[in-house]
Design a protein around this ligand. Sequence first.
Ligand code: DAH
Length: 357
Amino acid sequence: MSKPTLDQLEELVAQALSRIEACANGDELTACEAEVHGKRSAFTQLQRSLGELEPEARREAGSTLQSARRRVLDAYARREGVLAEGERQAQYEADRLDLGDVVAAHVRLPLRAGHPGIIATTQATLEDVFVGMGFTIADGPQIETDWYNFEALNIPPAHPARGMWDTFYVELGEPETVLLRTHTSPTQIHLMEEAVANDTLPIHAVMPGRCFRRDTPDARHLAAFHQIEGLVVDEGITFADLAGVIEKFTKEYFGPEITSRLRPAYFPFTEPSAEFEITCTLCRGAGCRTCSQTGWIELGGCGMVDPAVFAAVGIDTSRYSGFAFGFGIDRCAQMRHGIADMRAIADNDVRFLEQFS
Ligand code: DAH
């Protein structure tokens, strides 16, 4: 190869520029730069040949060469920027996650929506039955004072009847004793107080809700369970009204072939009091293990509101009388759906829960 001359400079620049443009990546560009500006490159040879010139001509040729080199170096830097940007874009493309694919993969799976639990549906059905019989629905606090859970219900401190309810006490630093309600009966007290304060008697209400007892869970008991309380306070209410409501409810909820019966019992807040039982839904009255061969299952308690309870809330017993009842929602679910062990309701085992969707 003959020595390059300054006349060829423009041609050399054009060649260098087109080679730079042709580089497809950073490595090619590095190699290209080494060739274009390396020791044996035309540019370096030209640079060297400047020494042979007269000083005046050398200065002129030097600056021409310098500016030619600068154009090539600028082109190199520009190309480097373009290639780096291209590589970045390629990386973005490679890293791109198409969420459409992810969603499509999920849509192909059968979607499993949740559904209300068996206690929620049982409670809703019970409420429907009572609303159909003219009752309203009321709610009350799950954390109560001793007065609402016991005293106003005619269960004074140290009364032996307190042993009927193993209680969880709550230490809140309150002056009063605070506890988790052991039954829904305290909601009766709230309702009667409100009705007296607002002068809205009579009351025909049911009060569903969660209750708590320090019981060891077994096939028929849970430490957190649900009751539905009933309260009617009106003029001329008698025990026959109570028995009629219980029987009507039993047939509406469990079916026409199931019947109810009342047996004498004791509750501090009712007088007289009764336990109410229904035909065992498992054996239809024939006798089985669940009903201890009696053909009957106890569902709850009931009775005529004790005058001491009316006195606690200031209801005039010369004008009003009333009845109350309370029973387990969980027990209703157990009876209606033939659930052998109540603990399954609280276990959250999907295989069990799905049976009631
Ligand atoms: N509160 C009672 C219990 O949990 C059930 C009960 C009995 C409620 C008699 C009543 C009633 O309203 O009159 O054991």
